[in-house]
Design a protein around this ligand. Structure first.
Ligand code: ADE
Length: 231
């Protein structure tokens, strides 16, 4: 999988890909992430990438030409499955979107800034618009990092134990059950007896029940939807 991220603030995105699981995935050749500084495609001496909005109003709007130039340059080199725009008015990101994006070969992610991007970028160049939740960030960079992380960790071989992505919260429409490590007793709090029993059938059953209880209590929206679908 290859992800090309177009941003006016590439330094904001360097951190998330230079540590831990994402770094290992990149070092092992399982994922490629390329950052493209939009400023390099800006016009004139000042490499302009934004301008005042027609009709008046506060906030600058990102211009179409620099964005189109970088996207066309990338598209001339390979075929892309999606050109994604990170925006609070996009489709809200969830695990099933992460699952399907993790099966793609090449993705472009465009990070918005300022007041937004010229609407014609969305009409002409964008194939998918994603929000990471109902709140407004200063730009799309952190959202792009969130989406990239959720996708890359699902690529086979990225996690040491492949089953650990399958047992994540939200796979199966269930939150993950509680987990414990040593000590078996901390102050008055004991690890549930069943986890020390060595009876793995019973442990699996307990974990599933706990996941169901937790989902019903904390996320009745997911729980009710799951039950409607299962019926
Ligand atoms: N850009 C600003 N806010 C955002 C959000 N909530 N999701 C995706 N991109 C954004």
């Amino acid at each position: 999988m290859r992800i090309d991220i177009i941003t006016a603030l590439p330094s904001l995105l360097q951190g998330p890909f230079s540590d831990s699981i994402l770094k290992r995935a990149i070092d092992n050749g399982l994922a490629e992430v390329h950052l493209h500084d939009l400023r390099n495609y800006g016009s004139g001496k000042h490499r302009q990438i934004d301008d005042y909005q027609f009709g008046g109003g506060a906030g600058m709007v990102m211009m179409i030409e620099p964005i189109e130039t970088v996207i066309n340059e990338l598209k001339s080199q390979r075929t892309y499955d999606e050109v994604i725009y990170m925006t609070p008015d996009g489709e809200v990101f969830n695990q099933s979107m992460a699952n399907s994006l993790s099966l793609k070969g090449n993705l472009i992610i465009l990070c918005g800034h300022y007041k937004g991007i010229d609407e014609r970028v969305r009409e002409l160049l964008i194939t998918k618009e994603i929000s990471i939740g109902d709140y407004v960030l200063s730009g799309g960079e952190l959202a792009a990092a969130v989406v990239s992380d959720a996708i890359i960790r699902l690529i086979p071989g990225v996690l040491n134990n492949e089953t650990s992505a399958l047992s994540d919260s939200f796979q199966d429409d269930l939150l993950a059950p509680p987990v414990y490590t040593r000590p078996a007793e901390y102050e008055d709090l004991k690890v549930p007896e069943i986890l020390l029993s060595g009876n793995f059938g019973a442990i699996d059953k307990w974990r599933h029940e706990q996941a169901e209880k937790r989902t019903a209590k904390r996320r009745p929206d997911i729980w009710n939807k799951k039950h409607k679908t299962d019926e």
